[in-house]
Design a binder for this molecule. Sequence first.
Ligand code: PAF
Length: 272
Amino acid sequence: MLGGFRAEGKSVGLVPTMGALHEGHASLVRRSVNENDVTVVSVFVNPTQFNDKNDLAKYPRTLEADCRLLEGIGATIAFAPSVEEVYPEPDTRSFSYPPTDTVMEGGYRPGHFNGVCQVVSKLFMMVEPDRAYFGEKDFQQIAVIRRMVEDLQFPLTIVPCPIVREESGLALSSRNSLLTADEKELATNISRVLFISRHYAKNHSLEETRQWVIDTLNALDGLEVQYYEIVDGRSLASVQSWDDSDYIVGCITVFCGQIPVRLIDNIKYQEP
Ligand code: PAF
């Protein structure tokens, strides 16, 4: 796909996205532009990673605005293939990287990570990037993709990038556009409680902290925690105590609002 650039020895960064771009995506693109000669941003709402047809239909699509944003921040190529281009034939490959893809999202969204691996591996094969950029909001996704890269021996580096938050603390997400103004305000409690839990954790056990986060958020009308798991930051296996690992991350999914929007976030308690 990028033969000309490759022949000139140019480095290529890939930022895979599903569009509806926001400042979180822009931060990945800026980083790639800084670190590579060529930055490709894929915009593709991947049907195989949606286990809920309704969720796929509701997913925001804003290609024109996305292209304008990408032009403004120096992306070289916006790659927005059709479903037929990515999947000329149904993709029957299956990927399995337990526990990274079986816990948390893996349990609640069966087939989701299989679809992510299908599309990301195809994008890697089409673009052949030197580096690929992913946001840490989807913390579990990065762990799964790392395993896939090792398994399939893709010669590239995965670059995880920090979560970008609104001033309120709310993690930027394309799904935030589905929230009303009041629901958005309510959703700010997710990060607020996660941040406070870092202090709470200093004199409480891991299980007490986990339960405190769940109870505090569930006490708020309009929020419902689907899960809050505190896991090892590499394998994503659950940890029982703060001494179990040098890398401990809390991952949460919360339903917010009247027509519930599923929001995810995470927080690092311990980092190597
Ligand atoms: O994180 C996303 O937006 C998607 O899961 C990805 C990596 C672009 C694959 O469709």
